[in-house]
Ligand binder design. Structure first.
Ligand code: ZN
Length: 147
């Protein structure tokens, strides 16, 4: 029998290893508050030496793949860590979580892959000879609004 927390990881496997503190529906969105555990060591991107010495924490807001038709936002508390290697030029660095975050990324890789696949499908549909795809007129209307 799985605990409620383990069931969350069945639905959201990219959160495995994270500490999920809250999951609720707020303003029509599924909001997930999560953080990285304190005891996990992270390699410095500059020198590769692992560190777990915390400088500070900060919040990130990541858009995730929809769940049951609702948008999902992960409010993630991540650590800024010290690099203790005296030969490394980095003093601190922000941790990245495999499968969940990327530098300056505001979407999870799962959502990014879904949007990329959707873009490919739309591009193929719109460039097909004799395209009468309803999305074609929608895309052109959206382009006008973006100018
Ligand atoms: Zn380093």
């Amino acid at each position: 029998m799985l605990t409620a927390c383990e069931e969350i990881f069945l639905l959201l496997p990219h959160l495995v290893g994270m500490r999920v503190e809250c999951m609720e529906v707020r303003d029509g969105l599924v909001m997930i508050e999560a953080s990285t555990p304190e005891d996990v060591l992270v390699p410095c991107p500059g020198c590769g030496v692992s560190s777990g010495r915390v400088h500070s924490r900060y919040g990130r807001h990541l858009a995730d793949a929809p769940c049951d038709g609702r948008g999902v936002v992960i409010e993630l508390s991540v650590r800024r860590l010290f690099c203790d290697n005296r030969e490394c030029q980095r003093v601190t660095f922000a941790e990245q979580i495999d499968g969940l975050t990327s530098r300056y990324g505001r979407r999870t890789p799962v959502l990014q892959q879904m949007l990329a696949a959707l873009g490919v499908v739309l591009a193929r549909a719109l460039t097909a000879p004799g395209c009468v795809c309803p999305a074609r007129s929608w895309v052109f209307r959206m382009r006008r609004h973006l100018r």
